[in-house]
Write a protein that binds this ligand. Sequence first.
Ligand code: CP
Ligand code: NVA
Length: 329
Amino acid sequence: MNLKGRSLTTLLDLSDEELLGLLNLADELKIKKRAGVRGELLAGKLIALLFEKSSTRTRCAAIAAAVDEGGSAEYLDVEKTHLGKKESVADTARVLGRMFDGILFRGYKQMTVETLVKYAGIPVWNGLTDDHHPTQILADLMTLRESMGDLAGLKIAYLGDGRNNVASSLMLGCAHAGVNFVNCTPPELAPTPELIKTATAIASRNNCTVSVDADPESGVQGANAVYTDVWISMGEKTSVGARVELLRPYQVNMELMRATGNLETERVILLHCLPAFHDHNTEVTDICGALEVTDEVFESPFSKVFDQAENRVHTTKALMVATMADVDH
Ligand code: CP
Ligand code: NVA
């Protein structure tokens, strides 16, 4: 696989084979790290982490990934740079492109990451925008494959805000990987017809389906992974009370996990990109209890959320190696 010099703004930037190739490379890199082998695949590579929004996993995974293979990463809090105030995205991109070997961007507008790609002249990876979260989905699919084996023909049911960054990228990722995808969400939060059309075209060549189902019980039937995310995303301006009421029927609890029909045969896992609002883990849930997932499910043996978080390192590293390393992988 040769992705040298390539950027990742959405999962539409990858072919089906390239996405699976990244997952295979991530598996190899995970084995290497577990064996305690330090690599040199990113030796001399300097990565800028240009972040407008908060992050634990994406930021730390990138640092660990770079250092494990001999590279390094510098965190740039956008508030402390000139970006968007005294300097345009295009100018900042051209400056960073002269100093770094790759940029991981996290922020608001999808247009910002696209402008960085246009002007930086080095690989730029989208570490979350309002619209997409492609690097997350690489870790999600890796985790599902570790638990269930071959991805083709499996089913993921996503519950919650059906048009957020994670839901949108997950729909595309599943379509690429041959995983049947059901987005369980109320009509108010349904994904755009354009995105469904695009994902369906990819899914049809991979013998899988993409659908939207407002009924969580029917949506999760036969699911091998139940996936949820926060009900209000970073930077979203909406009424908290109204959103909670709208999404409460989509909470992932034991009853819903049982509705998959796969709990007894251990053919279903919980996935969550994290951070999560489960019982009493934050000031918010101290007041209102669990939101998108209950503790009973979050802390269960079939919850793979911390494997998923760890896999952010291996998949981010695979992306860096594939797009920046001096040798092919
Ligand atoms: N899942 C994820 O992107 O986590 P962070 O917001 O902590 O980076
Ligand atoms: N949809 C969430 C994902 C966090 C990783 C958000 O954008 O806040």
